[in-house]
Design a protein around this ligand. Sequence first.
Ligand SMILES: [Zn+2]
Ligand SMILES: [Zn+2]
Length: 143
Amino acid sequence: MEKICDHLKAKGLKQTRHRLTILSLLKNAEYPLSADEIYLQLKNESINLSTVYRNLELLGEKDLVLKLNLSGDSRTVYEYNSPVHRHYLVCLGCKKILPIEHCPLSGYEERLADETGYAIVGHKLDVYGYCPACRKNEKKPGF
Ligand SMILES: [Zn+2]
Ligand SMILES: [Zn+2]
């Protein structure tokens, strides 16, 4: 298994406890987390919010962490930059984020490359709607 501290070393970053903690938290997270959520989960680590932001910026500059603005979610969220990319389903009501297991566009990319002669390097896809819990609450508009 790849080690997180090796990632930091490879990018020339000092392996501080905070960096290791933030990176392993994001690596194990089911879905991208906001800086606030990361801060809340690390309450016991005596870290402050500005340190969280500073480290996220740094990890982002080194491409270890991806900064995302998902449609339907006004927050900036962060995800571990894994070689297997993921897509997410965002609830417009409660902002819950659900990972989508399989990329629906991998076959399409190949076909598009064949048709156009382009070398396709990536794509973005956000899906959004209302989760079952929010759908039960009929007072909310937009259903
Ligand atoms: Zn919801
Ligand atoms: Zn995809």
